[in-house]
Design a protein around this ligand. Structure first.
Ligand code: GUN
Ligand code: FE
Length: 419
């Protein structure tokens, strides 16, 4: 964790609506945190080591609020089904393989290598039901230098025997066993009931109590797909809407991420807002599984907390540039085809979601304001040739549509340079 100065074209989000650009400027980091952005370097920082990135773009590191590490292995495969059939046909058989630690080491090694090279600096990750494989995943993430939350998945019903935990007590005991080994500096545990159909009432109740007792955050899926929502309604006839099944167990009361939220009725949105829940918008996944399009600009307008999720492997890539572009693209289709009262996302809003919006789950992360963690990606967009000189904002917009890990010249997480 260092103290240093970076020079380049610095861009971050002031708010969902406003990008902040400091061309040809200096970003000062002290003890891993931002001190500020300066157009001329103040004398008092002249003793710090300076890395001159010249004309390159310096952006905040990005946060992936929702992805499944074990699904990396089948990214780009099996996109012809909706959620519930996709889980049975592709996801559960692959996740069962993580009972084998040597397979987990190979597959999770490939996943973590890929995430490390991406624009993602912070991530909130699903593992599998297996405690040992999930701890192994945490060891690999810790060694990568990324900052993350990782969850051992809980599921005690409605899945193949190979993955099903015997009952709520067995699932909670396995969770406690995993928590005892999950002690890392930058890789923290998060409780992970897969979703209501996979968890008995007793398991959700037990996880809610565990979250409160240990002050642990929670992640799950919510109102993703119409077939799933109908199933939850039949499983929980006494609830008025899906999120109540989590809330009645206290699962929305800790720091919490709910992935998708494509089809949330107004009362459900009110509850998410009252509980301060983060929504992980995962547009690639929502297109691939024919789930729908979440009304993200309406969520932002009403002050809900929203970030982006790649949702590997229902989303086919960890590349958050692609996720930003897809978020903008599907928001236009939603506006054109479904609801012309919800405006399409702007470039500034999509960039906010990928940086500040999701970064907020980690506290002060996702922008270059004083005191925030110094997470940065340095982009070399010179290979994206253009016959004219472009402004930094135009270059950022092109990167959202065109960049991938090949354009990342350097990456910093909490003041440490990863490459
Ligand atoms: N709902 C429950 N499990 C999953 C999963 O693995 N992926 C997605 N997209 N939704 C889910
Ligand atoms: Fe998911």
């Amino acid at each position: 964790m260092g103290s240093f100065v970076l020079h380049g074209n610095i861009i971050d989000s002031e708010s969902p609506e406003r990008l902040r650009v400091a061309a040809d400027s200096y970003l000062v980091c002290e003890e891993g945190r931002c001190t500020g952005v300066f157009s001329a370097l103040p004398e008092r920082f002249s003793g710090l080591p300076l890395t001159d990135f010249g004309d390159r773009l310096i952006l905040p590191g990005m946060t992936d609020l929702h992805l499944h590490a074990p699904q990396f292995a089948f990214r780009g495969l099996g996109m012809d089904l909706e959620l519930l059939d996709w889980l049975n046909a592709h996801t559960f058989p692959e996740e069962a393989k993580y009972a084998d630690l040597s397979y987990a080491a190979l597959a999770y090694g490939q996943f973590v290598d890929c995430l490390r090279r991406s624009a993602t600096t912070r991530a909130v990750v699903f593992g599998t039901v297996h405690p040992a494989a999930t701890t192994l995943l945490m060891e690999l993430l810790e060694a990568s230098g990324l900052v993350s939350y990782v969850g051992k998945v809980n599921m005690d019903r409605d899945c193949p025997e190979a993955l099903r935990e015997a009952d709520a007590a067995a699932s909670l005991a396995a969770t406690e066993q995993w928590l005892a080994s999950a002690r890392f500096a930058h890789t923290k545990p998060i409780l992970t009931p897969r979703f209501v159909p996979s968890c008995s009432d007793a398991l959700l109740q037990g996880l809610g109590e565990l979250a409160a007792r240990r002050g642990l955050p929670v992640q799950s899926h919510l109102s993703e797909n119409l077939g799933e929502i109908a199933l939850v309604q039949s499983l929980c006839p006494q609830t008025d809407f899906y999120a109540e099944a989590y809330d009645r167990c206290g699962l929305l009361s800790q720091p919490c991420i709910m992935a998708h939220c494509v089809h949330c009725p107004p009362e459900e949105q009110d509850l998410l807002q009252a509980r301060g829940v983060f929504i992980a918008h995962s547009p690639l996944s929502n297109s691939n599984l024919s789930s729908g399009i979440a009304p993200v600009s309406a969520y932002l307008a009403r002050g809900l907390r929203v970030g982006l999720g790649s949702d590997l492997a229902a989303g086919e890539t960890e590349n958050l540039f692609r996720v930003m572009a897809e978020a903008i693209r599907v928001s236009k289709l939603r506006w054109r085809l479904l609801d012309d009262t919800t405006a399409p996302l702007t470039v500034a809003q999509a960039f906010y979601l990928a940086t500040r919006g999701g970064g907020a789950f980690f506290g002060e992360a996702g922008c270059f304001e004083p005191g925030f963690a110094l997470d940065a990606v340095v982009l070399d967009d010179s290979a994206l040739v253009h016959p004219q000189e472009l402004t930094p904002i135009e270059r950022l917009e092109r990167c959202i549509y065109l960049a991938d890990e090949r354009h990342i010249a350097a990456k910093y997480v909490a003041g440490t340079r990863l490459f």
